[in-house]
Structure formats: structure tokens, C-alpha cells
Ligand binder design. Structure first.
Ligand SMILES: *[C@@H]1O[C@H](CO)[C@@H](O)[C@H](O)[C@H]1NC(C)=O
Ligand SMILES: *[C@@H]1O[C@H](CO)[C@@H](O)[C@H](O)[C@H]1NC(C)=O
Ligand SMILES: *[C@@H]1O[C@H](CO)[C@@H](O)[C@H](O)[C@H]1NC(C)=O
Length: 246
């Protein structure tokens, strides 16, 4: 005795169509596989370093928490694909050929805590580029040899930022008026830039003197003071004094 009618050929075909449509997502970014030339583990880490990739990987698991695509030749971070990864906490894009990033690049990455953009070919960082990254704790932006311009408000919304490293770029000036206001910032890497210590950057030098105890007082800052030996001596004395109590 059959309680259920046998499925007709028509309904089987519909069912098949349904599974097929659901199984093959409309966008490559929505699939749950592991990208070619990458290794995905059950900790939601996707490792694609040094695979000679020229494009941002397709087929990333949506729940990816760490993405390592360093040591490739990726030119662009596509906002659409990247922003599907709303659980991303760690993103290493160091040592690629990224030339620009914009406000929309990181539009939806509200959990991102670590971002490494070192060893790329960026030339400028615009206003609000990192604006959506409200959980960002560490930003490494070193070794972009042509990077000569960082907008004064580039980091103004990154209230969780603790470590910012802009060493070894081509910066002659850095307007620190918004950095001063960041409540969590405790380390600022500045070395290896061709700082010019004229009136425009006087603010930078002055601030480091006052707040130097919070930061690694490094060569770049000392270079800024070479033009005025008395003030350089003042900085060193203040720094030693503060350190002798720490
Ligand atoms: C950048 O990646 C290339 C290719 O994997 C590698 O040969 C080179 O050593 C890397 N450079 C740095 C600074 O990591
Ligand atoms: C660094 O900036 C100067 C102008 O300030 C420019 O002449 C030079 O070409 C830049 N260096 C690189 C590697 O882009
Ligand atoms: C530094 O940035 C602040 C805030 O964006 C701005 O008001 C000020 O004019 C800037 N200073 C210089 C010297 O560009």
C-alpha cells in the first residue's frame, strides 16, 4: 500500500532544478568552497600566501575570519567580494601591487582588527579610507615607497586603533591633529620617511615631545629635531626622565 503518490517526472524535474539553483550561487563570492591555490581550515583561516595570484581569490568561505593573501601580485581589493566577508577579523594583503584603496573598499568589515597593507605600491591615502573599520586595533602601512600623502582625517574614525605603523614610506609630513584624539593609540611607527621639519610639521614634533612617553621615540622623530639641537636635547632628557620612572 502506498500512502504517498509517486513523484511525477515533472515534480522531480522541479526538485532537481531547485537543488541546482540553490547549490550554484548567483555570485562566485557566495559559494562555500575553498579558492584555488588556497588552504582553508576549520578555524576559518584561509591561507593563500605566495601563490602568484594576480586577482583577489574567488569562492572564499563566507564565514572566513582570517585571510592571508600576502606575497602575491594582487592589484586590487574588489569591494564587492571583500565586503561579503563580514566576519573577517584579520586581513594580510602585504607584499602585493595594490595601488589604491578607497572608502568603499572596507565598507562592511566592522569586525576587522588587524590590517596589513605593507609592501604595496600605494601613493596616497584619502579621507575616510579606514572609516568603516570601527574595530581596527593594528594597521600596518609600511614600505610603500611612493606613499607621500596621508589625509589628516584618514584614521579619525578608528577609535579602537592602538598601533599604527607608517614607517618607510615617502612621507614628508603627517598632520597628527586627528591622531592626537585617538583614545587607544599607544604606538606610532614613523621611521624611514623623508620628513621635512618646517612649519607645516612643527605640530608633529611638538606633539611627540609632549606625548613621547606613549610612543616609540624613533630615528625619524629625532631627525626632525636635528635642526634645533637645544630642543633635541630637551626631547632626549624628557624621554629619559619619563623612562626612568617606568
Ligand atoms: C614578496 O613576495 C615575493 C613572491 O612571493 C617574494 O619573493 C618576496 O621575498 C616577498 N618580499 C617581501 C618583502 O616579503
Ligand atoms: C617621493 O616623493 C618625491 C616628491 O616629494 C618624488 O620626487 C619621488 O619620486 C618619490 N619617490 C617615489 C619612490 O615615488
Ligand atoms: C590638519 O588637519 C586638521 C583636521 O583635518 C585641519 O583642520 C588642519 O587645517 C590641518 N593642518 C594642516 C597644516 O594642514
Amino acid at each position: 500500500m502506498r500512502l504517498l503518490p509517486a513523484p511525477s517526472a515533472q515534480s522531480l524535474r522541479l526538485l532537481f532544478l531547485f537543488i541546482f539553483v540553490m547549490g550554484v550561487a548567483p555570485s562566485p563570492a557566495l559559494t562555500a568552497g575553498c579558492p584555488d591555490r588556497c588552504v582553508c581550515d576549520d578555524q576559518l583561516v584561509v591561507q593563500c600566501a605566495g601563490q602568484d595570484l594576480i586577482l583577489f581569490p574567488n569562492d572564499l568561505p563566507l564565514a572566513t575570519r582570517q585571510l592571508i593573501i600576502s606575497n602575491n601580485r594582487i592589484k586590487e581589493l574588489p569591494a564587492l567580494q571583500l565586503n561579503y566577508l563580514s566576519d573577517l577579523v584579520y586581513l594580510d594583503v602585504s607584499n602585493n601591487t595594490l595601488a589604491e584603496i578607497s572608502e568603499s573598499t572596507f565598507g562592511n568589515l566592522r569586525k576587522l582588527a588587524y590590517l596589513d597593507l605593507s609592501f604595496n605600491t600605494m601613493v596616497q591615502i584619502e579621507d575616510r579610507t579606514f572609516g568603516p573599520l570601527s574595530s581596527l586595533v593594528m594597521l600596518r602601512l609600511t614600505d610603500n615607497p611612493g606613499l607621500s600623502d596621508i589625509h589628516s582625517d584618514a584614521f579619525s574614525e578608528n577609535l579602537a586603533l592602538q598601533v599604527l605603523d607608517v614607517s618607510r614610506n615617502n612621507l614628508t609630513a603627517l598632520n597628527i591633529s586627528t591622531l592626537i584624539a585617538l583614545p587607544s593609540l599607544r604606538s606610532l611607527g614613523l621611521s624611514g620617511n623623508p620628513w621635512t621639519c618646517d612649519c607645516d610639521t612643527e605640530d608633529l614634533c611638538l606633539w611627540v615631545l609632549i606625548e613621547g612617553f606613549k610612543f616609540q621615540v624613533n630615528k625619524a622623530v629625532v631627525l626632525c629635531w636635528v635642526g634645533d639641537p637645544a630642543m633635541l636635547q630637551g626631547l632626549i632628557t624628557a624621554y629619559r626622565h619619563i623612562n626612568s620612572f617606568s
